[in-house]
Design a protein around this ligand. Structure first.
Ligand code: HEM
Length: 490
């Protein structure tokens, strides 16, 4: 906490002039109207009016912290990424955790996925891994994302989240059954940001120094242990302490109890992808560990709180298209949509020069390019350099080395359904997740689903959702049906 200094410094206006009176506005006489010439008053009110910027359209509510990532195991066989290239190598990191659906000010203890966004300040540029605490997602195509989010956020007429909309979207989206089962289960409400795992969720491409290509899935396993809240505990906490996750993370780091996660990856040789039993580029599916075991990579530690939440957390900007050499996208079409959406959101929310803000700028290297100017341009170090390329003045030049490996393509342009692999359907993995649960877990899962679904006004929407749970596992479907009917009769 900052300590008061013994000799207070002079208060100034934004242009640095001393302020004579910060308690009384300038007026025409003691009882008269306020003067337009009161620069300090006008500036103060005008600045105050502009304190808010647009909140994130999703993941608006979140908490951030700084730390580092340290490599503990040699995985150079799989990626040439420099920051992962040597045991013991450390990279500075900024992390932001979030809820998804609610607006700024929403309660932390919501039943909602949690964002798990990481920015690695590597020597080869910033690498952003923008994941969730869930290994899968609700939909398979980015075209559906705006509709999905509309159905989960506030209704334009009622101004609140509506079970009718939430479940109507899922009724039309059987591919969501796996993630809905995940969300309604015990892990649907983490006790805090420290007590949850993080997943890249999508499949990414890694390329090693020899050019061999692998597909990987990231798993950050919490070293604090998984802890969750029941629906009843969450409802109570949301009322009594809406900032519970923020408080927990802030206070843990202030106390020196620094949260950490161990990163593991599942690695699939590129040649396996075409014939794997599930489409490996479908974010609604996991790769069972029996097919692709976990390889330990390193340790993420968070040990420093931001000094200013607005400057460093609200203005932080993560983009899944910030890759470094050795890491690239897979053809997962959801990921492909995200490669566009985030930087576009940042240009709207924060402006074209958001990459110059300290939390977003590279720390272990310098950005050198011919992009210039725009609103709030702060970098002046290039002011004498040429702003075009190629040039004869030793300006920065391209390397000719692509960051990731090329992929062979087949087929025709057009709108296509995603390729189906041998065991691809919308329900099998949801059923597998259900069958992994103990009887007690199944009971809570069924009660959570029934609690939401029973509030839906249309019978056809309820029935369509029940069909999905039946398809996942007959017992699952039967128990949810009975629980919903019981609640609707009460
Ligand atoms: C096509 C699908 C998706 C689209 C179009 C999309 C779009 C967006 C947008 C526009 C934002 C707000 C960015 C900002 O204003 O800073 C956002 C935030 C976020 N999204 Fe997505 N998203 C998609 C799917 C996903 C998936 C599958 C995940 C996780 C695996 C995810 C994780 C996140 C996280 C963690 C944030 C918050 C980042 C932060 O802390 O600033 N999103 N998304």
């Amino acid at each position: 906490m900052p300590q008061p200094t013994s000799a207070p410094r002079t208060l100034t206006t934004e242009s640095g002039a001393p302020v004579a009176d910060n308690q009384n506005s300038a007026t025409a006489g003691a009882g008269g109207p306020v003067l337009l010439q009161d620069q300090h008053l006008l500036e103060k009110l005008a600045r105050f009016n502009r304190e808010r910027i647009p909140e994130r359209v999703v993941h608006a509510r979140g908490s951030g912290a700084y730390g580092h990532f340290e490599v503990t195991d040699d995985i150079s066989a799989y990626t040439g990424a420099h920051f992962l290239g040597a045991v013991g190598r450390r990279t500075q990191v900024f992390a932001r955790f979030s809820t998804v659906a609610d607006n700024l000010g929403g309660p932390d203890a919501a039943r909602d996925p949690r964002g798990f966004a990481l920015k690695f300040y590597t020597e080869e540029g910033n690498y952003d891994l923008v994941g969730n605490n869930t290994p899968v997602f609700f939909i398979q195509d980015p075209l559906k994302f705006p509709d999905f989010i509309h159905s989960q956020k506030r209704d334009p007429f009622t101004g609140k989240q509506e079970p009718d909309n939430v479940w109507d979207f899922w009724a039309h989206s059987p591919e969501a059954t796996h993630q809905v089962t995940w969300l309604m289960g015990d892990r649907g409400v983490p006790a805090s940001y420290r007590h949850m795992n993080g997943y890249g969720s999508h499949t990414y491409q890694w390329t090693n120094a020899e050019g061999a290509v692998f597909y990987v899935k990231y798993h950050f396993r919490t070293n604090q242990g998984i802890r969750c809240l029941s629906s009843e505990q969450a409802a109570e906490l949301s009322g009594s302490d809406p900032n519970s996750h923020q408080t927990d993370l802030l206070q843990a780091i202030e106390r020196g109890v620094c949260p950490s996660w161990t990163l593991h990856v599942q690695v699939m040789p590129a040649q396996d992808a075409a014939n794997y039993r599930f489409n490996p580029f479908d974010v609604t599916k996991v790769w069972p560990h029996a097919d692709y075991p976990l390889h330990r990579v390193g340790r993420l530690v968070l040990d420093r709180n931001p000094d200013n939440v607005f400057a460093e957390v609200e203005q932080s900007a993560f983009s899944p298209n910030n890759f470094v050499p050795g890491i690239g996208p897979s053809p997962d079409r959801m990921l492909q949509g995200r490669l566009f959406a985030y930087a576009d959101a940042h240009r709207y929310r924060l402006g074209v020069n958001h990459t110059q803000l300290p939390v977003n700028a590279p720390k272990a290297t310098t950005a050198r390019n011919y992009g210039r100017d725009g609103l709030m341009a702060a970098n002046a170090q290039d002011r004498h350099a040429k702003n075009y390329e190629p040039n004869s003045y030793a300006g920065p030049v391209e390397t000719g080395a692509p960051l990731s490996a090329p992929r062979p393509l087949t087929g025709r342009t057009g709108t296509h359904e995603a390729p189906q692999h041998a065991q691809d359907d919308h329900f099998f993995q949801a059923g597998e997740l259900y069958r992994l649960m103990s009887d007690e877990e199944r009971g809570r899962l069924v009660a959570n689903i029934a609690g939401g679904l029973s509030q839906v006004s249309r019978e056809d929407v309820v029935e369509a959702n029940l069909t999905h749970f039946h398809a996942a596992d007959p017992e699952y479907g039967k128990l949810v049906t009975e629980a919903v009917h019981q609640l609707r009769e009460d």
